[in-house]
Design a protein. Structure first.
Length: 323
């Protein structure tokens, strides 16, 4: 075990540079590994502990008194919300940042009421984790885009319909994998419209991450279709209902369905903006009455940012991202 000075020397950190001691609490090892790798991008971030259940999180927080605790909600032995309540008593100076797939306004509000300074959706961890940590350290609150909640008790389930303009195929595949993995890891369901090559590559990547995608297919919580297929509203609704029911039967309370694909983006790239907008509007209608999270993949606009078609497409989404 390295003492503090050895650790600083090994990472090339000057003795006078302040560093952040981080405790990560996540029961899914591949995602915990992803978090730790993300933290390694910053030399001053030092993971002093990794735990996989809520009860151990409380014990380790009391023992280590970390500067920051990254905390999941769906944990064994003790859920993250109850763990946060206890951590606040045994390690009052530790800042807490939730990393969770749960997007319910009630859950977000409860997490922040427990003293957490931030809430990051796992599906957005790749882009939000480091900015969230910086905000929390600066005394600011950070909540992932697309999460809507109020301090009262009448909050509604947020409508999350995001668009991602991808600079290349690697970005598309990375983001697609992260979006689907986060949903399935949390026990939710997912449906994707993508090209055959992207669907095949996605399966390989999910298996490499340790996601039991074959079980999800067998349980009926994962469905994939060709991006060239013309979506039928009735069939889409039936599929989403079936996915939600399958996730509920598998044990997920209040399941959500992750919906993503390339179809609308391909239509827009072909100059069929009106057809793409109608498809996005169909998704918006579905989101009004069903617990779904939607991520649409589009090619980069390349100078079209001022075009009416570009602005019209963006207007159909809750969040616009470029990567």
């Amino acid at each position: 075990m390295l003492i503090q000075s050895d650790w600083r020397e090994e990472r090339g950190i000057p003795p006078t540079m302040p560093f952040l001691r981080v405790l990560t609490v996540e029961d899914y090892e591949p995602f915990r590994r992803f978090v730790c790798l993300a933290l390694q991008q910053r030399a001053e971030f030092h993971v002093i502990g990794e735990v996989s259940d809520g009860l151990e999180a409380v014990q380790r927080a009391q023992e280590l008194q970390p500067d920051l605790i990254l905390l999941d909600i769906g944990l064994p032995k003790m859920n993250g919300l109850e763990a946060a309540r206890r951590i606040r008593r045994v390690s009052p100076n530790s800042k807490m940042l939730f990393l969770s797939q749960e997007s319910s306004p009630d859950v977000v509000r409860e997490a922040l009421s427990l003293g957490a300074q931030g809430y990051v959706l796992k599906a957005r961890a790749q882009s939000d984790l480091l900015p969230a940590i910086e905000a929390v350290l600066g005394g600011k609150r950070f909540v992932s885009g697309g999460l809507e909640f109020s301090e009262g008790t009448d909050a509604q389930v947020p409508r999350r319909h995001e668009i991602l303009f991808c600079s290349d195929e690697a970005v598309l595949l990375d983001s697609l994998t992260q979006f689907i993995a986060a949903a399935l890891i949390a026990g939710n369901a997912a449906i994707i419209w993508a090209t055959e090559s992207h669907r095949d590559c996605l399966l390989q990547r999910l298996r490499a991450l340790g996601v039991n995608i074959d079980a999800a297919i067998q349980l009926g919580t994962y469905v994939s279709s060709d991006a060239a297929e013309t979506p039928d509203p009735v069939r889409m609704l039936e599929t989403i209902k079936g996915l939600s029911e399958a996730a509920a039967q598998a044990g997920k309370e209040h399941p959500r369905v992750a919906v993503c694909g390339e179809r609308a983006g391909r239509l827009w790239a072909e100059g069929k903006t009106d057809v793409a907008i109608r498809l996005e509007q169909l998704c918006n209608e579905l989101a009004k009455n069903h617990d779904i999270d939607i991520l649409c993949f589009y090619p980069m606009p390349h100078g079209q940012e001022d075009d009416h078609s570009f602005k019209s497409i963006c207007a159909e989404h809750t969040t616009v991202n470029f990567r």
